[in-house]
Design a protein around this ligand. Structure first.
Ligand code: GDP
Length: 433
């Protein structure tokens, strides 16, 4: 189904977007809608439109507001937005906000011209943590982007509001690198059996744990991941299961501690795990364990070692490296401190103003290349649509005018100016019609 049809369906049930008279009080209306593979409920209050999501027939009371301010607005800001609304619609609006997980704060741009619209939209940046998005319900301008943003933010918005959210950390790596020893050093009790025999740690065991800064975590221990080839040739069900288990653990994790052994080489298997971590958008720290086994260590040892790790695990360039000796407990605390920092970065939101400043500076330093036909990419503005991992949407004239090299340049600049160590970040390029 193309965007326009979806949009019309969306609007059909939500006439408030095009209704001209303000403050028509009525009961809330609910309409089922979908976009891509997201299904959600749109709640129309006459003055405020919210969207709640339904997945696998299970209604989750997630809300989103539809409109100009498209980013997920945290609860406090939502309440503030409602406080600004006229009293006529306040009762309905408040009820809608309570059952919603996000709000679209729609204001009248009084103009259908995209150029003029942008200028007006910039005025709304002063409203607070809103990410303004210019749309025209009549012409369809910006409405696809609006739905994209609503959908990309749904899951993360849900997480953000969950006060019971306890990030999960998994400790993964090949057999015998010291995963169980690290877990034991962290939680201070013998929850798993440490054994020098490869593959003796069979099951993933979750342990609740509070870090030195009071941050709660759920630690997942996993069996080592063996070479796929070895698994295939050994025909061992246990080991095959342990590979799946480790990948499943990554999927369940927010932060992954990838453990490698100081004296051993980085293998294809480590690379595969690294790839999986990046692909799934998980936070990561690299733990170089058994640091005690490096002979004649000096101040340069870690520097040399880091160069090697960075080269072989290029895909995790952004991951901090922690050197540890699990058997003595030495520096294992740093693992949890680093994990805590990674978790914060993965959940961090940049303000739209800061973000656009970074983007403007990057643009000023290096423009997108001109095509042979003389066309050049233009970035209208950028917004952070989601966290865990941080996801940025660039609204541009034509996404095809931004080659991979330029996209990488922009990611590099974003990292240089805004950080995000320990977490993958996502840059999405969207045409603004
Ligand atoms: P796992 O299979 O990754 O869970 O590894 P284990 O935690 O079972 O450790 C495997 C072996 O390495 C055990 O004999 C541990 O005592 C040993 N080991 C773990 N950490 C260290 C360390 O920091 N230094 C040294 N020298 N040995 C370690």
């Amino acid at each position: 189904m193309n965007q326009k049809i979806l949009l019309l369906a969306f609007l059909k049930e939500n006439k408030a977007i095009v209704v001209d008279e303000p403050g028509v009080t009525r009961d809330r209306l609910y309409g089922r809608s979908f976009w891509g593979d997201h299904e959600f409920m749109v709640v129309d209050t006459g003055g405020v439109i919210t969207v709640s999501k339904s997945k696998n027939e299970v209604m989750e009371e997630l809300a989103i507001t539809t409109t100009i301010g498209m980013e997920g607005i945290p609860l406090a800001s939502r309440e503030a937005a409602v406080a600004r609304m006229p009293s006529m619609i306040e009762r309905q609006a408040t009820a809608a906000v309570e059952e919603s997980s996000a709000i679209i704060f729609l204001v009248d741009g009084q103009c259908e011209s995209p150029k003029k619209g942008i200028m007006q939209v910039s005025d709304f940046w002063t409203l607070g943590s809103f990410s303004p998005l210019p749309i025209s319900a009549l012409s369809g301008t910006g409405t696809g982007e609006l739905l994209d943003l609503v959908c990309s933010g749904l899951e993360d918005l849900h997480e953000e509001q969950d006060e019971d959210y306890v990030p999960a950390i998994s400790i993964v790596g090949r057999p015998n690198v010291g995963k169980s020893s690290i877990l034991n050093a962290l939680v201070g009790e013998d929850r798993t059996i440490v054994s020098p025999i490869s593959g003796t740690t069979r099951d993933a065991i979750d342990t609740e744990f509070t870090g030195p800064d009071g941050q709660k975590f759920r630690l997942i221990d996993t069996a080592g991941i063996r070479k796929r080839a070895a698994v295939a040739s050994s025909g061992s069900t246990t080991e095959a299961l342990s590979v799946n288990r480790a990948f499943r653990a990554i999927r369940r994790s927010d932060v992954v501690a990838l453990v490698i052994e100081a004296m051993a080489c980085i293998t294809e298997q480590d690379f595969k795990i690294a790839e999986r971590i990046e692909k799934e958008g998980k936070g990561c720290l690299i733990v170089v364990n058994k640091w005690d086994t490096i002979p004649n260590k000096n101040q340069q040892s870690a520097v040399y070692y880091e160069q090697d790790v960075r080269e072989k695990l290029r895909i995790l360039q952004w991951a901090p490296i922690v050197y540890a000796t699990a058997i003595s407990g030495h520096s294992v605390d740093r693992v949890i401190v680093a994990a805590s920092e990674v978790e914060k970065e993965r959940s961090r939101r940049l303000s739209t103003a800061t973000l656009n400043q970074v983007v403007q500076e990057a643009l000023a330093f290096k423009s997108p290349p001109r095509t042979r036909g003389g066309k050049r990419g233009r970035i209208y503005y950028c917004t952070q649509a989601a966290i865990r991992p941080p996801t940025f949407v660039f609204f541009v004239n034509d996404a095809n005018l931004f080659p991979e090299t330029y996209r990488r340049y922009m990611e590099k600049q974003l990292r240089k100016d805004a950080g995000f160590p320990g977490t993958p970040i996502r840059l999405l390029w969207r045409n603004r019609r």
